[in-house]
Design a protein around this ligand. Structure first.
Ligand code: AMP
Length: 218
């Protein structure tokens, strides 16, 4: 049963017109339960730990608020002092377990962002392919970086990217990331992130390993 207080329309969640227009084009008629419950609080800057399977609509749950925050921040920066040179920065970091998921999440984000007319740069990096193209793509930084943990660490050690300006960290499919053996890589990455950041963690299951990770994060 839907609770009376859960918004049933995307227009009630606090999303800005360029995103709402895109959702209409994509024929997303109504938010899924996780979108309705979580988008307003993620927009408000709160952390989130969510049980979510593939197919729940979890990608839009983190991607839409992330895009909105970044777009509004970029607009404010432009209004105040033009473009700031932040070097090889990342603002929104999304960690995923596999190359397939990295590509899929980046594609979804680019699709949601079409009405921002290229203002937001999204890059995906993952192992199993040459690092050179990814290093080139990261030149000048990225607003949103979707990454598998091992390849991200490689890129950091070759100075292709830095994590000290990350404002939002998303851990997508955290249980799969840990069961694939990324525990040490995750700890190494967490140590490189600024203390103050928004954390969004999505996991289909919550075994001890995931509980320990949430403890470490919060
Ligand atoms: P996800 O759980 O994020 O992998 O999303 C599963 C699929 O559902 C993707 O193909 C999305 O494009 C789609 N989707 C996500 N949210 C909605 C929605 N509110 N209405 C219709 N389709 C959606």
């Amino acid at each position: 049963m839907t609770s009376i207080s859960t918004p049933a329309q995307f227009t009630e969640l606090g999303l800005i017109p360029p995103l709402l227009a895109r959702l209409t084009e994509l024929k997303y008629l109504q938010p899924t339960p996780i979108q309705a419950q979580a988008i307003p609080s993620v927009l408000a800057g709160r952390d989130l730990i969510a049980g979510a399977n593939t197919g729940s609509g979890k990608t839009a749950t983190f991607a839409l608020p992330l895009l909105q925050h970044i777009f509004l921040q970029l607009s404010a920066d432009t209004a105040s002092n033009g473009k700031s040179n932040k070097g090889n920065y990342v603002t929104g970091l999304i960690l995923v377990p596999t190359r397939e998921l990295a590509k899929q999440v980046a594609e979804s984000i680019k699709s949601y962002a079409v009405h921002f007319n290229g203002a937001i740069k999204t890059v995906a990096v993952f192992g199993g392919v040459s690092v050179n193209t990814q290093m080139l793509a990261l030149r000048g930084g990225a607003d949103i970086l979707v990454a598998t943990p091992g390849r991200l660490l490689d890129l950091i050690s070759s100075n292709a990217i830095k994590l000290d300006l990350v404002k939002t960290l998303v851990l997508d499919e955290a249980d799969r990331m840990l069961s694939l053996g990324f525990t040490e890589e995750l700890s190494a990455l967490l140590a490189l992130l600024p203390k103050k950041k928004q954390i969004l963690l999505f996991s289909a299951t919550f075994p001890e390993q995931v509980k320990a990770l949430t403890q470490e994060l919060l």
